[in-house]
Design a protein around this ligand. Structure first.
Ligand code: KG4
Ligand code: ZN
Length: 322
């Protein structure tokens, strides 16, 4: 079964064809990120206008690159929530009209759960089905993106239980805000990640609220600690932006790793599935590999192109919701 996925929840316009829920035949993503960078965040009106301009071209390219025609599409899966309302409307209206004209089902998909589902996908251009090792369930899922930081206990692909979430900023949002404080540009995650790779340790540390005994997160305190530190020391001669970036990242990823592994222990899960833009963070990947190895937990991350918003995760997850 071939599903056309459509994703327009934030700044991306994305379309993808996925066969039988896991084989990616095409995956096209166009982003308007550059047009937002000078504002330090996404401007919803710019995002939806760009999506309106590019949605038909992106869908056409996804079909062309998968070498299938519209008539071979069996269903359409589309992100319905959460996201920017104007952006979601562009994708949803397009998908709904196309499914009606082709007389095929329209499947509504939750963007956050789809981020975790990205771990169940493989690219047919680089991997054979027989070489693909599907993650085992039950699992704990951690979604770390610009808008969300959530922990799930996943018994089955239709059985997600929310077991923890951020009480204030999302992890990616904290990266973006700290990059803004340090005048590094937008989006902040990849820039802070790169700066942190330049050093092994920092002589400073930033502490957030640990929320001991719960699986919830709080990142706003760490961000404020960086702000106060920068206001006090930012203009001093010995100030190091790398040390600041490293210490901030270390504090965020330590919390993410600690809570995710505590969730695995509490729910007796041997698999940990990570998803969302912050899952691309090299420090997080490294720390999780080391710490999970001690507990014999199978940690999975999607390929970098599937960590960020994409439509393959929508088409793939849609297969299980039809
Ligand atoms: O999942 P995503 O593409 O969009 C949302 O659904 O939000 O995530 C975007 C977020 C941004 O906040 C960005 O700064 C962060 O992911 N991000 C990273 C990295 N790459 C992207 N954060 C930390 N390290 C990275 N390498
Ligand atoms: Zn996302």
């Amino acid at each position: 079964m071939k599903i056309l996925g459509i994703e327009t929840s934030c700044d991306e316009t994305a379309a993808s064809i996925v066969e039988n829920g896991s084989a990616i035949l095409s995956n096209v993503v166009v982003s308007s990120l550059k047009e937002h960078s000078k504002y330090g965040g996404i401007i919803p009106e710019i995002a939806s206008r760009k999506q309106l301009e590019s949605i038909d071209i992106v869908v056409e390219e996804a079909l062309e690159s998968s070498k299938i025609g519209l008539k071979e599409v069996d269903a359409i899966a589309v992100t319905t929530h959460p996201g920017l309302i104007g952006s979601l409307l562009v994708g949803y209206s397009f998908a709904r009209a196309l499914s009606a004209s082709l007389n095929i089902p329209l499947i509504e998909v939750d963007h956050i759960k789809a981020h975790i589902y990205a771990n169940f996908l493989f690219d047919t251009k680089t991997t054979n089905l027989k070489d693909f090792k599907r993650p085992k369930l039950p699992a704990v899922g951690l979604v770390v993106s610009g808008g969300h930081t959530s922990l799930y206990f996943i018994k089955g692909l239709n059985d997600f239980k929310l077991i923890g979430h951020t009480l204030d900023d999302a992890a990616g949002e904290a990266f973006d805000k700290v990059a803004r404080i340090l005048k590094l540009g937008y989006p902040g995650g990849p820039i802070i990640d790169k700066l942190s790779q330049k050093i092994e340790k920092a002589g400073i540390s930033f502490k957030g609220a640990p929320l001991e005994g719960t699986l919830n997160f709080s990142f706003s305190g760490i961000k404020t600690a960086v702000l106060y530190y920068y206001q006090k020391h930012g203009q001093e001669e010995g100030f190091s932006v790398e040390q600041c970036a490293w210490a901030f990242q270390d504090s965020v990823i330590t919390t993410l790793v600690k809570k995710s592994l505590a969730a695995c222990k509490k729910y007796n899960a041997d698999t940990l599935l990570i998803g969302g833009g912050v899952a691309a963070n090299s420090g997080l990947r490294k720390m999780l590999m080391i710490e999970s190895g001690r507990m014999n937990i199978d940690v999975r991350y999607p390929a970098l192109s599937l960590c960020i918003d994409n439509a393959a995760m929508i088409a793939g997850y849609g297969y299980h919701l039809k």
